[in-house]
Design a binder for this molecule. Structure first.
Ligand SMILES: Nc1ncnc2c1ncn2[C@@H]1O[C@H](COP(=O)(O)OP(=O)(O)OP(=O)(O)O)[C@@H](O)[C@H]1O
Length: 242
């Protein structure tokens, strides 16, 4: 279980996360919603241990989150890859970082799950489509079987059809692999379809945290209510309503 306990973090001398607490059980999906500048990327950096904390603690099963214990899937699919290296080389890098041998059987299984032609792995990242690069990024995140995967706006660079397809593949793999997913997004439709729980971040603080079913039917905070009603009027919550 991921526990984020009252963390406070600064950027450029300014406090941009204050007293943030979150809990995410193994195998579940917690979606953090928030407008631009709310502190979502800072939260991701803090959970990954990339930013020093002014206060608080991030732990997995009550111990500090180990190096390699969390993997990141970034918004810009090709950013995860060194353009000079084959995808295969970059994808297997998390195994090498953990001192593990390459695992061709697992690579083949994950490629199948992500509907990614394994032959593409010998190409460079700029030679494949954005949708393929995004799935290759998910493959790289999962290859060393981290207990926690952080998705930072994972689908926003994709067109609507590719978004739906990739989201479905990720959800199936999550059921098979059992990783916890911490996903930050602006996309309430995605959150309604995939979250077990939701946290709303606003100006660096948690405005509301609730099980997804509760949040989308009876949001408690004024900001949560405005998010849900805006999403309903834009038709982004159709799937949950259906
Ligand atoms: N390196 C930095 N130096 C100073 N301030 C920063 C730095 N990085 C981020 N900030 C500020 O911290 C606040 C939170 O930024 P953050 O990137 O975490 O927000 P976000 O919710 O991820 O936004 P977006 O959705 O636009 O990516 C913002 O006000 C931002 O301007």
């Amino acid at each position: 279980m991921l526990s984020v306990d009252k963390i406070t973090a600064r950027r450029g001398g300014r406090v941009v996360l204050r007293d943030v607490s979150l809990a995410l059980p193994a195998g579940k999906t917690l979606i953090v919603l928030g407008e631009s500048g709310a502190g979502k990327s800072t939260l991701v950096g803090a959970v990954l241990g990339l930013l020093p904390l002014c206060a608080g603690r991030v732990s997995w099963d009550a111990a500090p989150l180990a190096r390699g214990g969390a993997a990141l899937v970034m918004q810009e699919p090709r950013a995860a890859f060194n353009p000079r290296l084959s995808l295969r080389r970059s994808i297997c890098e998390p195994l090498r970082a953990k001192g593990l041998p390459d695992d061709p059987a697992r690579l083949t299984r994950l490629c199948k799950g992500l509907e990614l032609d394994e032959a593409l792995l010998d190409w460079r990242p700029w030679q494949i489509s954005i949708g393929e690069a995004q799935r290759a990024g998910v493959l790289r995140a999962l290859i060393a079987a981290p207990p926690l995967v952080i998705f930072d706006e994972p689908l926003s660079a994709l067109d609507a059809m590719t978004q739906k397809h990739t989201a479905r593949l990720i959800a199936t793999l999550q059921r098979e692999e059992g990783f916890a997913a911490l996903t930050v997004t602006h996309d309430l439709g995605y959150a309604a379809a995939h979250a077990d729980s939701v946290a709303v971040l606003r100006a660096g603080q948690i405005e509301e945290a609730a099980p997804a079913a509760q949040f989308f039917t009876t949001p408690q905070s004024t900001y949560g209510q405005s998010l849900v009603s805006a999403a309903i009027s834009l038709g982004a919550l159709e799937r949950r309503a259906a």
